[in-house]
Design a protein. Structure first.
Length: 241
């Protein structure tokens, strides 16, 4: 059994790890040893040595764990730079989860342009998500000069699929979406055979490891999970070149 320590490692070094190149023999051996110890069905995507006190980064899906060179101990937590309080693990996770925005199937999203529309985001939302409604009723209502692509990502209930189909197949889907999310007005029921992108968007969200709604993607490929307020969204926009 692996001995586990649930800690946040605090280090004085701010060195960042390079993930380029093939795995070394040690890394290959760690992967072989640790994968069966993580539980049934857990797949280790990669193992890389870090500059953090002899630790090795173990990537499993969208998560990062740390182990030693013998794969005897497993550390669950974040690595911080003690001098700057920089969360090095978060930076690695952000890097891992970055997408290519231009690869998104924007034709399967609803598009709204506010003001000059120069700033661009894509939002994964479920029609039964209360946080999504709050985000739309406050932050998106207040912010300007933005283009918003909304992907209806139906993960909360079968009813989400029904609502999204009715909205997508409405004569004006943007109006139908706003009527529901802002005012609680349901769209008219359409035939179950009406073509809609539910399966495509569900597969896309799973591929991008979108585990909750809302999830916001930015033009630089970074993301923010959750219903951020206007100030936080503006701050994020200010960091995008």
């Amino acid at each position: 059994m692996i001995k586990m320590s649930r800690i946040a490692l605090v280090l004085a070094s701010g060195l960042m790890m390079s993930c380029a190149g093939a795995e070394t023999p040690t890394e290959v051996n760690i992967k072989k040893l640790i994968e069966p110890r993580l539980g049934e069905g857990v797949k280790v995507d990669s193992v890389k040595e870090t500059p953090y006190g002899g630790l090795y980064e173990v990537r499993t899906g969208g998560d990062i764990l740390y182990t030693d060179k013998n794969a005897q101990y497993l550390f669950v937590g974040h690595v911080f730079d003690a001098k700057t309080s920089q969360d090095l693990t978060k930076e690695r996770l952000d890097e891992m989860n970055r997408i290519k925005f231009s690869d998104l199937p924007l034709d399967s999203a609803m598009k709204v342009v506010k003001g000059n529309g120069k700033r661009v985001i894509a939002v994964f939302e479920d029609p039964n998500c209360g946080y999504c409604k709050r985000f739309r009723q406050t932050t998106l209502k207040e912010i300007d000069n933005v283009t918003v692509y909304t992907f209806m990502y139906n993960i909360l209930s079968p009813d989400s699929i029904v609502k999204s189909r009715n909205i997508w197949c409405a004569p004006d889907r943007n109006k139908a979406w706003d009527d529901w999310m802002l005012n609680g007005k349901l769209p008219a029921t359409v035939a179950t055979t009406c073509a809609n992108p539910h399966e495509k968007i569900l597969a896309l969200g799973q591929q991008l490891r979108v585990s909750g709604t809302p999830t916001i993607f930015f033009a630089d490929g970074s993301r923010i999970p959750g219903a951020v307020d206007t100030k936080a969204l503006e701050q994020k926009f200010s960091t995008i070149k």
